[in-house]
Design a protein around this ligand. Structure first.
Ligand code: UDP
Length: 327
């Protein structure tokens, strides 16, 4: 039985990866410090003999007994509101955290796959973004703690690949959504759906002309799985190129939820990228992958998930604007 360590295993993406590797017959070790992850996301796996959970901070020395075939580094706060709240931990998990994973991988002779992000492209001047574009990142802006941590993480991973000959894979993940996103993580999708469910107006930042391209989580997991098993060590974009403005997205959520609330405009956060769309030519050619789930279908599943949560969860929503005023 192959053994895989998934850091951030209790998070949104990490927990879906745990499910996938269990389904593929692996022994899965999930590691998480539960700062932004939630044990509820993996509770259903605890009864399985081939699943283990380590409550541990990957930025500290990691010890995992036994062999490891693969290490997937998915531990990190990943929403603007989270990394504004915990900037130092965000920098540490992308630097000390990956260093620990790479060191462990050398000892275990394991292959490492790291979760990178479209944020390495910053507020891009190339559209759609391809892997050759170096990005437009403000290192000292509010997003710098995340963007630079992820850029450093890529550099560190490549250095272990070229200097130590370690087998490494880098996935650049574009906006992904689906069940197990946190209602209060401040991202646009849980924000809009949460607001609709609470009967509040939907808070569109700026005039809503900025674009994003949303990928359903199952599609992303399939792309990551294929990349891990491929022999390609350089970054690969995985995302859905179906681009939409935030205004149109808000209108779709209003229609989906049947809310009688409206979109209201609030100031645009600092350094908010104006447009984002993955160029997935590489993923298509190298992995034979492309997304399958249409936004209408994925949003419906995600809405059903949010609706099924206990009512009080809905009101744990941190007020994004209040938070930004204070910081
Ligand atoms: N956004 C919005 N209202 C919200 C939260 C986010 O209009 O309540 C906008 C945000 O300014 C950005 C886009 O939606 O342009 C996506 O934001 P998110 O935080 O989901 O992720 P990002 O892609 O910016 O990392």
């Amino acid at each position: 039985m192959k053994r895989v360590l998934i850091t951030g295993g209790a998070g949104f993406l990490g927990s879906h990866l745990c499910d996938r590797f269990i389904k593929e017959g692996y022994h899965v070790i999930a590691m998480d410090n539960l700062i932004t992850g939630d044990i509820k996301n993996i509770e259903h796996l605890f009864k399985l003999p081939n699943f283990e959970f380590y409550h541990h901070d990957v930025s500290k020395f990691i010890h995992v007994p036994g062999e490891l075939d693969y290490i997937l580094h998915f531990a990190s706060p990943a929403s603007p509101i989270d990394y504004l709240k915990i900037p130092i931990q965000t920098l540490k998990v992308g630097s000390l955290g990956i260093h620990n994973c790479l060191g462990l991988a050398r000892v275990k002779n394991a292959r490492v796959l790291i979760a990178s992000t479209s944020e390495v492209y910053g507020d891009p001047s190339v559209h759609p973004q391809n892997e050759e574009y170096w990005g437009n990142v403000n290192p000292v802006g509010p997003r710098g703690v995340y963007d630079e941590a992820k850029r450093f993480q890529e550099a560190m991973t490549m250095a272990y690949h070229t200097y130590h000959g370690l087998e490494t894979r880098i996935v650049r993940i574009f906006n992904t959504y689906g069940p197990r996103m946190r209602l209060n993580d401040g991202r646009v999708l849980p924000a809009f759906i949460g607001q609709a469910l609470r009967g509040e107006d939907l808070t569109m930042f700026g005039d809503g002309s900025q674009t994003r391209s949303f990928c359903y989580v199952d599609d992303l997991v399939e792309g990551i799985y294929r990349l891990l098993l491929s022999d390609y060590p350089y970054p690969v974009n995985v995302g859905n190129p179906d681009e939409i403005t935030i205004k149109e997205f808000g209108e779709e959520i209003i229609k989906l939820t049947g809310t009688s609330q409206k979109l209201i405009s609030l100031p645009l956060p600092v350094d908010d990228p104006k447009q984002r769309q993955p160029d997935i030519t590489k993923a298509k050619e190298i992995l034979g992958w492309e997304p399958k789930v249409k936004r209408a279908e994925g949003l419906k599943i995600t809405y059903e998930y949010f609706k099924s949560l206990p009512h009080e969860e809905l009101f744990k929503m941190a007020n994004h604007r209040e938070f930004e005023k204070k910081h």
